[in-house]
Design a protein around this ligand. Structure first.
Ligand code: 4NP
Length: 162
């Protein structure tokens, strides 16, 4: 998938708080990669430090658990400069997250930056954002799970990283 031998593709998912969207996406990507024997390392981070050290939001844990994906051991952390040297891709959940990541990017780095739902930047950014479920209604987390799940399947099927 990345043309550099058998090294796994390293992907960092980024949202605002790292307790809802990005840990869900991390869990889903790991789960799908595992099932498909796909060499991938996933991690996640937040642009903000509000929830550093915390487990994912209970509603995110429950939405993933419904599909047999356990994200409860994950802990929130903030995006750091070193991430730009540790990952092949940093994929943001929405336009604000993407702007933040782009603004933090060092002048020289090999990592590619894009949106989780549109890594190649082919569509208007507002159409390809994953809505934040944190202040949403009860079903917002299940909706979010479905969006992330289909996005993750497309991502793994795209051979995007070759
Ligand atoms: P996330 O959701 O960015 O998907 O983790 C949020 C989590 C916490 C807050 C906002 C969004 N917050 O304001 O604390």
């Amino acid at each position: 998938m990345n043309g550099s031998g058998n090294r796994p593709v390293r992907i960092l998912l980024v949202c605002l708080g790292n307790i809802c969207r990005s840990p869900m996406a991390e869990g889903i990507l790991r789960h799908l990669a595992n099932m498909e024997n796909f060499p991938l390392e996933a991690d996640s981070a937040g642009t903000a430090d509000y929830h550093t050290g915390e487990a994912p939001d209970r509603r995110a844990v429950d939405a993933c658990a419904d599909s047999g994906i356990d994200i409860s051991p994950l802990r929130a952390r903030q995006l750091v400069h070193a991430d730009f040297y540790c990952f092949d891709w940093i994929l943001a959940m929405d336009r604000n997250n993407l702007r933040h990541v782009q603004g933090m990017a060092p002048l020289e780095h090999a990592c590619r930056v894009g949106l989780f739902l549109d890594p190649g930047g082919r569509h208007p950014v507002e159409e390809r954002s994953v809505p934040d479920p944190y202040y949403g209604r009860a079903d917002a987390f299940h909706q979010c799970f479905q969006t992330l799940y289909s996005g993750a399947r497309i991502l793994l099927g795209q051979h995007l990283f070759s």
